[in-house]
Design a protein around this ligand. Structure first.
Ligand code: AMP
Length: 143
C-alpha cells in the first residue's frame, strides 16, 4: 500500500510558513489548524525545513518566552526526510519510528505534493485491518 492512497483520501494540502515567521506565528497556525508541524518553504514553495510543536517546546525550554519572537528558520529542522508517492505506508512509518518524527512531506518532481503524519498512517492501517477482518469473517461464515 503506497502513501498515494492516503493522500487520495486526506487531500494534498500542505501547511507551509515562510522562514521569517516567528515561533509565535507558527504556534498560532498549528493551534488554529489542529496540526503538529508546518513545512517551512520559500516564496516559490521550495522546501527549506520543517518546524513541529516539539521544536517550539524545545526553543521555549532553552530560551524562555523570548524564543517565541525568534524566526522559524532558527529552530526548524533542515535535514528533512521526504518520500515520494510510491513509498509504501509501512516503510514510511518505519522511517518515522526509527527517526523519531511524526511527519513526512511527500514530494513529486521536486515539489511538495502532500504530507503524511503518523496519525494518518495509523488511521489508514486500522481501517485496512478492519476491512481485512470483515472479509475474513465473511469468508469463514460462508464455508
Ligand atoms: P515531530 O515528531 O514530527 O513533531 O518532530 C520531531 C522532531 O523531528 C522535530 O525536531 C522536527 O523538526 C523533526 N522532524 C519532523 N518531521 C521530520 C522529517 N520528515 N524529517 C526530519 N525531521 C523531522
Amino acid at each position: 500500500m503506497t502513501v498515494a492512497r492516503i493522500l487520495a483520501t486526506k487531500g494534498r494540502e500542505v501547511l507551509t510558513a515562510q522562514p521569517h515567521r516567528t515561533l509565535k506565528e507558527v504556534a498560532e497556525i498549528l493551534a488554529a489548524r489542529g496540526v503538529g508541524a508546518v513545512v517551512i518553504a520559500d516564496v516559490q514553495g521550495s522546501l527549506l525545513g520543517i518546524l513541529s510543536e516539539r521544536d517550539i517546546v524545545r526553543a521555549v525550554a532553552q530560551r524562555g518566552a523570548k524564543a517565541l519572537d525568534d524566526a522559524a528558520s532558527m529552530h526548524m529542522t533542515t535535514q528533512v526526510f521526504t518520500a515520494t508517492e510510491d513509498a509504501t505506508v509501512l516503510e514510511t512509518v518505519e522511517k518515522m519510528t526509527s527517526g523519531r518524527f511524526r511527519h513526512v512531506p511527500i514530494m513529486k518532481n521536486g515539489r511538495l505534493a502532500g504530507i503524511i503524519s503518523i496519525g494518518d498512517a495509523v488511521k489508514f492501517r486500522l481501517a485496512e485491518m478492519e476491512n481485512e477482518h470483515s472479509a475474513m469473517r465473511e469468508y469463514i461464515a460462508s464455508v
